[in-house]
Write a protein that binds this ligand. Structure first.
Ligand code: N01
Length: 545
C-alpha cells in the first residue's frame, strides 16, 4: 500500500470508537482496504475517555446497548448489570476488537490534522500530526457526537493551581479525593453520576450548578442469568424489535396520550415508573410528554415533588428544582445525587443567583464569597453533535472548509453527507437520529447504508457522490419540522447548541427515530435521490474501488 510518503486505501475512517470499529469491520467484510486513525492509545472512543467515577451506561442499558451484527457476539458476551459501568462497556469493546482482529488496521495515538478533497483524483488525502499521509476514495468521519470537550472560559480558570480534570478526559491513573475540597462545575449526566461518588471520599464537595436538572432513579441492578439467557434465546425476535422501535431498543412504542388519563392515573403511572427506575421510565411514558405542554407539566410537577421529598433542607431543594419542560434536556439517571445534598460534606451554589466571578490559585470566588478548593472537576460536557466534525474541519471542493460551510447551520443531507464534500460520510452527525437512537445499532445501520452507496458507485463506475443544495435544504426542513412539533427546541441544551457560545442555535437531531432508516433506504432505492454523481476520472496509479 505504501507509495513514497503516501499510503493508499479504499477508505480512511477517523475514530476508533463504537462507530469506527464497526465501520472497519463492515468495510473489511466488503473486501475494501481500510485505515482507521484515532488519537487515543486504544479502541473505545467515548468509553475510552470518559472514566470519571460513576460513569456508566445511562440509556436503556445492557444487554441491548451493543452491536447486533454478530449473533455469536451476543451469545458469547456476558453483561452483568442493567446499566453497565464504563469499564464493562470498554471490556466488551476490547473483546470485539480482539474477536474481529480490528486493531491491525487501526493507527492509535494519531491525530488527523488535515483532511482535504482532491477534485482531480476524486480522493481524500489525510495528514496526521506526525506528518504521515494517506489517500482514500472515501472518508468516513466516526468522530463521535460527544467527544469534543467543552472547557468554559471563566476568568482565572487557568490560574487555578490545584488538580483539575474534565469528566470527558478523565486520567487513567486512580484519582484520590481523600481529604480534598472538590468543586464540581456542571450538573449534567457526568456531574450527576460523579458527585455522589466523589462525595463518599472527599472532605467537601461544592456543587456549582447553572441549571437544575430533572433526574430519575437509575436503580441499577445485576442482570440475572435468566435475563441474559432469555435475551440470547430470543435474540432474533429482539433484534427485529430493535429495528422497528423508535429508539432502537427491544420494547413497544407507546401510543397513549397523558391526557387520556386522569391526574390520579397519571400519578400512579409515574410512581410505578419511578419505583421501577432505569431508562425504561422514558420508554414506558406517555407518547406526548415531549409534545403537549399539559402532559409535560404533569410529569415535571411529579419530579419536582420527588426532589422536595428527597432533599431535607427546603432551601437547597428549592435551588435544585428545574423550571423548564421535563426531558427537553437529555434525561438523566441518578444514583444518590439528590441524596448527596443531605450529607454534611456537600453544598450547593446556584450560579444563577450567585455567579462565579473568578477562579484563583486555590479557590472559586462567587458573588457571595470565596470557596477554598483543592480540586476542580469540570463536568461541563461537550461541543456535541457537530463539534468533532468542526474540530476536524475537512476541506472540500475548491478548498472550502467545513467551518465556512457550517457557519450558519450544519448543512447536510440525510445526516450522512455534505454538499461540497464528495465521498465524505458522517456517522451520528447532525441531521441523523444520533444521540436519540441506540448508538451502536445506529452506527451499524448508517454504515450499512454507506456500504451500499459505495457499491452503487462501483457498479455505475462513478468516482464521486455528493448531495445537491436543494436536497440539503429539504432535509433541513424535514429535521426542523420534526423538532418543531415537540417541546425540545424550546429549552436550552446541548441538543440545541446552547451550551457553546457562538454555536448556531437550532435542534439538529433527526427526531423521527427508526423512520430515519426507512427514509434513507427509500432515497437509495430511488437511485440515491437528492445526490449528484460524477463519472470516475480514471486511475491515478493508486488502487481504486
Ligand atoms: O454534559 P452536559 P455531560 N458555567 O452538557 C454546565 C452523555 N453521557 O457530560 O445546563 C457553568 O449534559 C451545564 O449547565 P447548563 C449523555 O447523553 C452519557 O454531563 O448548560 N456551568 C451542565 O450542567 C449526556 O447528556 C453517559 O446550564 C456550565 C453541565 O455543565 C451527554 O453525554 C455519561 C458551563 C454540562 O452538562 C453530556 O453529559 C455521561 C459554564 N460555563 C454523559 N458550561 C453515559 O451513558 C457548561 N456548564 C455513560
Amino acid at each position: 500500500m505504501n507509495s513514497g510518503s503516501i499510503e493508499y486505501y479504499d477508505v480512511v475512517v477517523i475514530g476508533a470508537g463504537v462507530s469506527g470499529m464497526y465501520a472497519l469491520h463492515h468495510l473489511r467484510e466488503m473486501g475494501l482496504s481500510v485505515r482507521v486513525y484515532d488519537g487515543a492509545s486504544d479502541i473505545g472512543g467515548t468509553w475510552w475517555y470518559n472514566r470519571y467515577p460513576g460513569a456508566r451506561v445511562d440509556g436503556p442499558g445492557s444487554p441491548f446497548y451493543c452491536y447486533t451484527f454478530s449473533e455469536e457476539l451476543m451469545q458469547e458476551w456476558e453483561w452483568t448489570e442493567t446499566q453497565s459501568e464504563q469499564s464493562a462497556v470498554l471490556a466488551y469493546l476490547e473483546y470485539v476488537a480482539d474477536r474481529f482482529d480490528l486493531r491491525r488496521d487501526i493507527q492509535f495515538e494519531t491525530w488527523v490534522k488535515d483532511a482535504r478533497y482532491d477534485e482531480a483524483a476524486q480522493r481524500w488525502t489525510v495528514e496526521t500530526h506526525t506528518g504521515s499521509r494517506a489517500s482514500a476514495s472515501f472518508l468516513i468521519c466516526a468522530v463521535g457526537a460527544l467527544s469534543t470537550t467543552n472547557k468554559p472560559d471563566i476568568p482565572g480558570i487557568h490560574d487555578f493551581a490545584g488538580e483539575c480534570y474534565h469528566t470527558g478526559l478523565w486520567p487513567h491513573e486512580p484519582i484520590s479525593f481523600q481529604g480534598k475540597r472538590v468543586a464540581v462545575l456542571g450538573t449534567g449526566s457526568s456531574g450527576i453520576q460523579s458527585i455522589p461518588e466523589i462525595a463518599r471520599e472527599a472532605a467537601h464537595v461544592t456543587v456549582l450548578q447553572r441549571t437544575p436538572q430533572y433526574a430519575f432513579p437509575a436503580r441499577n441492578r445485576p442482570l440475572t442469568s435468566a435475563e441474559m439467557a432469555e435475551a440470547r434465546t430470543n435474540w432474533d425476535l429482539l433484534r427485529a424489535k430493535m429495528h422497528t422501535n423508535f429508539g432502537g431498543f427491544p420494547c413497544d412504542n407507546q401510543e397513549r396520550s397523558a391526557l387520556e388519563d386522569t391526574p390520579e392515573q397519571r400519578e400512579a403511572l409515574y410512581e410505578k415508573l419511578w419505583q421501577q427506575g432505569g431508562f425504561q421510565f422514558f420508554l414506558d411514558l406517555y407518547s406526548d410528554i415531549a409534545i403537549s405542554e399539559e402532559a409535560n407539566q404533569s410529569l415535571a410537577d411529579f419530579v419536582r415533588a420527588k426532589i422536595r421529598e428527597i432533599v431535607h433542607d427546603p432551601a437547597t431543594a428549592e435551588k435544585l428544582l428545574p423550571d423548564y419542560f421535563v426531558i427537553t434536556k437529555r434525561p438523566i439517571l441518578e444514583d444518590g445525587y439528590f441524596d448527596s445534598f443531605n450529607r454534611d460534606n456537600v453544598s450547593l451554589i446556584d450560579l444563577r443567583e450567585d455567579p462565579i466571578e473568578r477562579f484563583t490559585t486555590n479557590s472559586v470566588m462567587t458573588r457571595s464569597g470565596e470557596h477554598q478548593i483543592d480540586m476542580l472537576v469540570l463536568a461541563t460536557g461537550f461541543d456535541a453533535i457537530s463539534g468533532s466534525m468542526l474540530r476536524l474541519n475537512p476541506k472540500g471542493r475548491g478548498g472550502i472548509t467545513l467551518e465556512e460551510r457550517w457557519q450558519d447551520r450544519f448543512h447536510n443531507y440525510l445526516g450522512l453527507t455534505i454538499g461540497g464534500f464528495p465521498n465524505l460520510f458522517m456517522i451520528h452527525g447532525p441531521g441523523s437520529p444520533g444521540v436519540f437512537y441506540n448508538m451502536p445499532l445506529g452506527a451499524e445501520r448508517q454504515m450499512e447504508w454507506i456500504g451500499h452507496c459505495m457499491d452503487h458507485l462501483k457498479q455505475k463506475k462513478f468516482g464521486a457522490i455528493e448531495p445537491t443544495a436543494d436536497s440539503e435544504d429539504a432535509w433541513a426542513n424535514e429535521v426542523s419540522a420534526l423538532a418543531n412539533v415537540t417541546l425540545f427546541p424550546r429549552t436550552d441544551s446541548w441538543w440545541t447548541g446552547a451550551n457553546i457560545p457562538g454555536k448556531p442555535r437550532y435542534f439538529s437531531v433527526y427526531l423521527g427515530g427508526s423512520v430515519y432508516y426507512q427514509r434513507i433506504s427509500e432515497m437509495a432505492a430511488k437511485g440515491y435521490e437528492g445526490f449528484v454523481f460524477e463519472q470516475a476520472h480514471g486511475t491515478d496509479g493508486s488502487e481504486t474501488l
